[in-house]
Design a protein around this ligand. Sequence first.
Ligand code: PLP
Length: 383
Amino acid sequence: MGEGRDLSVSVGRPTQASVDLEALRANLEAVQRLAGFARVLAVVKADAYGHGAVSASRTFVAAGAWGLAVSLVEEGLELRAAGIDAPIVVLGGVYPGLEELVVQHRLSPVVWEVEHIRRLAAAVKRTAGPPVPVHLKIDTGMSRLGLLPTELSAWLDVLSAEAGESLPLEGVMTHFACADVEGDTFTAEQVARFEACLSLLRERSVEPGLRHACNSAGIVTAPRAHLDMVRPGLALYGVSPAAHLQFPGIRPSMTMESRIAGIRRLEAGAGVSYGHRTVLEAPAVLGIVPVGYEDGYMRSMSGSAQVIVAGRRCRVMGNVTMDTTMVDLTDLYREGTEVNVGAPVTLLGCQGSERVTAAEWAEWAGVIPWEVLCGISKRVPRR
Ligand SMILES: *Cc1c(COP(=O)(O)O)cnc(C)c1O
């Protein structure tokens, strides 16, 4: 600094991801429009799906999110340490030993076992802290976390007997298993089961607080379940959970770019990368790109992945390695376009009129788009 060096010109390894905070803001608003009057609990677990939890959270709250949802207490603490004051729901529950931090930092844990109530109520008492708002999770068919509808009545008995005023219900929730599956009919069944649980709460004069069920897919496929609040993750990052689901107004918020680090002209017969996965049938020009599976550029995309160089899609050649990937520039050269060392390579996002999407990465790698975004590693600097 202060020596006239232009910090906008990157030095060092050029592989970077950019997070478009303006896109995050616009996506929150687009999802809010789809959700109507329901509040938005913005899901920022897993470092905001790889976008950087603190900046993404600030953006979502400023754009009108009611609160933030994380998976772990530790993720909630990161947001509090950054001065974020909005409600933070801890979706994954509270592991033993972390209860006092939950009280102290005003986190709102999701609870479903009697054990959770006992540990949290004890922590409130021990610390003489403020009440801990909790969200009760009901398993209506995901078969993962949550109490079963048949256990609800007994659980409420324990809550009123043991928690008293110390654990007010801030919400009651469930989670969909199949909302992104084309032709799904199971979500309607889950909604019906959840509604039956809500009726039981009414019969027992238990105020449920905020009722919430919808993940991104559910917001589109189960409007009846918008209830008081929705819990979008993926759609906030501009990616639809499935090709048949439309989210008007969202756009991808993450791009990943690198630069050509070397050019290699090879004769027919040359083998490329580990295991000589590709053996050239004709002379070729390869671009060496400093990105690899350690960055989240998955090895399983070898053979199908494409990048954009000079506005044109180019195929990845041979196996992706830990730090380096080779791309085929032969067609560009044949068309008379020379590519220099330092030329931009778009791995994810737009260049010219071409776009590579997270959905494409997922298809190439045989994974889901969630894994693509979360998989872009911490080694890749975020701009
Ligand atoms: C991750 C998660 C979400 C968000 O899911 P998306 O499909 O990314 O919208 C919502 N609710 C719960 C409980 C989750 O774990």
